[in-house]
Write a protein that binds this ligand. Structure first.
Ligand code: GLA
Length: 383
């Protein structure tokens, strides 16, 4: 991969680049917990966004995307978000946040090659932000603090691109050590690396759909969680986020809340507890317990948080029916995108074939699939 990307950069810009890559992620469990200051358990996938870049003497940026087969140009002194080329906003957003944080970012020639399906809930955007921020800091000769950098990337997405995402994606991509998932406390940003349990792997299968709802739906779910916090804080002043809500408090005041708001809160309160239980199951190599938690997470996202869809429900049901599968659930923001299944290693290939062909029979399209591979967090790679 390195050689191909370096050669393409040289053919395009006539000089040699430095090479970088950042993984995408899946969240094993802990969906919609990050902006509620709870816990999450993501892992990097082994699919990457690759970047070749070289600094320029001026403040111009030329950016070529192999995925879109397009080159765009912008100037570091005029960083206005624009809708015409949405992928470019992620690039400009990173430039904007670095400058805002006082980094003397140079103009760049850039080539981007993404392996992560776009819009599939596997964090192609956070991966792009992270690899760009890393390359820019590296080429500026600046010191790289990965925790700070992850938070800057989130700022780019929140304040420049306009998606009110939490910190999970950027944090795992920038900091999760190889061979581990990351149990992240989204309030303190302290994390524990949790080894992946031996004997099983994570299969990722894409539904191939991306429902319209996801555009405004994510921010709506955020507001509903905030509404639950406001209502519950009036009953208990210690509540600053859904993280602080004990199940007993929620049950006591549930009937006072609007039904949808109550169910959103019930998902988050339960899901945070499932993350703790999943850590225990992973450390004890208890695959059936971990699988049952994945199934419970899916049911809660479908019934209480209402971010699943027919395709995700079908796909996870097909997976759950296969021998060798411990559990299955939707991942990411939902309304389409991908599902994961926890699968015994020796059954992985047969399960993958079965799930892909059964889903194809139902949906009329053969889904893309991937088995999570061990990988490094964001960094520079040898040319
Ligand atoms: C998206 C966001 C994350 C997180 C998940 C839901 O992936 O980018 O911050 O909120 O949805 O868990």
């Amino acid at each position: 991969m390195q050689r191909g990307i370096g050669a393409r950069f040289e053919a395009l810009y006539g000089r040699s680049p430095a090479l970088y890559r950042a993984p995408g992620r899946v969240n094993i469990i802990g969906e919609y917990c990050d902006f509620n200051e709870g816990f999450v358990m993501p892992v990097n996938t082994g699919l990457h966004t690759w970047l070749a870049a070289a600094p320029r003497a001026d403040r111009l940026c030329r950016v070529h995307s192999t995925n879109f087969d397009a080159t765009q140009t912008f100037h570091l002194d005029s960083l206005e978000p624009g809708d015409e080329t949405p992928w470019l906003d992620y690039v400009k957003g990173v430039a904007w946040v670095l400058q805002d944080e006082g980094v003397r970012a140079p103009g760049l020639d850039v080539l981007i090659h993404g392996e992560i399906p776009l819009g599939g809930g596997l964090s192609s955007s956070a991966s792009l932000e992270s690899v760009l921020a890393y390359a820019w800091l590296d080429l500026a000769g600046a010191e790289i603090n990965l925790s700070e950098m992850a938070q800057w990337c989130r700022r780019a997405e929140n304040e420049y691109v306009g998606v009110q995402c939490g910190i999970m994606d950027q944090y795992v991509i920038c900091l999760c050590p190889r061979g581990h998932a990351m149990k992240l406390d989204c309030r303190s940003l302290a994390f524990a690396p949790v080894p992946l349990p031996p004997g099983a792997g994570i299969l990722v299968v894409e539904t191939g759909v991306h429902h319209q709802l996801s555009e405004g739906g994510y921010n709506t779910r955020r507001s509903e969680c905030e509404a639950a916090v406001t209502a519950l804080a009036a009953r208990d002043p210690h509540v600053e986020a859904l993280r602080d809500v004990a199940p007993a408090l929620l049950e006591a005041h549930g009937p006072d809340l609007e039904d949808a708001v109550y169910r959103r809160a019930r998902h988050v309160v339960g899901e945070i507890r499932r993350v703790h239980a999943a850590e225990e199951a992973m450390r004890n190599h208890d695959l059936p317990a971990l699988g049952a938690l994945l199934n419970a997470s899916h049911a809660s996202l479908r019934d209480d948080f209402e971010v699943s869809c027919e395709e995700l429900d079908t796909l996870t049901a097909i997976a759950r029916d296969c021998p060798g599968v411990h559990g299955s659930r939707m991942v990411g923001a939902g309304w389409g995108g991908c599902a994961i299944a926890l699968v015994d290693d020796e059954r992985m290939e047969s399960v993958r074939e079965h799930v892909v062909s059964e889903y194809a029979r139902h949906a009329g399209r053969t889904p893309w699939s991937h088995v999570v591979q061990d990988t490094h967090p964001v960094g520079r790679v040898a040319a």
